[in-house]
Design a protein around this ligand. Structure first.
Ligand code: SAH
Length: 266
């Protein structure tokens, strides 16, 4: 039996391009044009500085439907809440050592994932890219291997490179040339479920005294990376959250006993 995925045009509709805090509306238009030429249609804008805008429509050169249907949200969490796989892009290789791949290498993986649910491909601000916290919401970090001395592509160009590779991978898969990796069949967790799990984990680790204030960020970044690698499904996340709830109850009980013990000592 083959491991490959039956590939349909609608697979490209499962991929959202997310632009964070774009400053120049022309770049939103250029991104829409890049997407439409490559057969993608879902654009999500996280707090754009100026949108809707005539400049965006001018640079979209007719990809007006993508701009008209763009979803505008106020946080990245909201933008990716219904996705089960999130890919971040970065002009610089960061300290957040997520698995780092080039566009060609990850295009097949993104399509494979898109055949079983929603995927987000996230782009940062023109002046400073994505923050480390935003990259920590991603499963993969993609870097276009540009000149290390001049590594930053224009936002619209970065969208073009990524969507071109997705189209090439999609064409190859549709023609049966390259089998895509099979997605996992079981009940995938959405990013919203995963973020709620991280909140619960953080709260419990503070409650039991495992997280000291100074080390919070680094430890949580490493835990996110680990769970991002494992990618627990919905049922597994519920088990983990059940364990956290019981751990929290034990900690509360221990706290009460300790308090009553110290009352007795008085
Ligand atoms: N000065 C910023 C660059 C921002 S460019 C920085 O150093 O991070 C705007 C966005 O385009 C980036 O956030 C990223 O999403 C995308 N981009 C630009 N160059 C890229 C590259 N070489 N590889 C991957 N994405 C890139």
């Amino acid at each position: 039996m083959s491991d490959s995925v039956a590939i349909e045009p609608s697979v490209l509709d499962n991929i959202s391009i997310v632009l964070i805090n774009t400053t120049h509306p022309g770049n939103i238009g250029a991104a829409a044009r890049a997407m439409k030429t490559m057969g993608l249609s879902k654009l999500v804008l996280v707090e754009p500085h100026e949108f809707p805008s005539g400049k965006a429509y001018a640079l979209a050169s007719g990809a007006d439907d993508l701009l008209a249907n763009a979803r505008v949200v106020s946080t990245l969490e909201e933008a990716v809440a219904d996705c089960h796989f999130v890919v971040g892009t970065s002009a610089r290789v960061r300290g957040v050592s997520l698995p780092l791949v080039d566009p060609r290498a990850c295009a097949g993986q993104i399509l494979g994932e898109a055949s079983s649910g929603r995927i987000a491909l996230v782009f940062g601000r023109e002046d400073r890219g994505m923050t480390n916290e935003e990259l920590q919401m991603c499963h993969l970090q993609v870097h276009v291997p540009t000149n290390p001395d001049f590594s930053s592509l224009n936002l619209g160009s970065a969208v073009q490179v990524m969507t071109y590779e997705l189209r090439m991978a999609w064409l190859a898969a549709s023609q049966g040339e390259v089998p895509l990796p099979s997605p996992r069949a079981h009940d995938l967790a959405s990013q919203d479920d995963v973020e709620r799990f991280y909140e619960h984990l953080y709260k419990t680790l503070v409650q039991i005294g495992f997280l000291e204030h100074s080390s919070h960020e680094k430890i949580m970044a490493k835990l996110r990376r680990m769970y991002g690698r494992i990618r627990p499904d919905r049922v597994e996340l519920n088990i983990l959250r059940g364990i956290l709830s019981e751990t929290g109850k034990c900690a509360e009980k221990a706290g009460r006993l300790e308090a009553s013990g110290s009352d007795l000592e008085k």
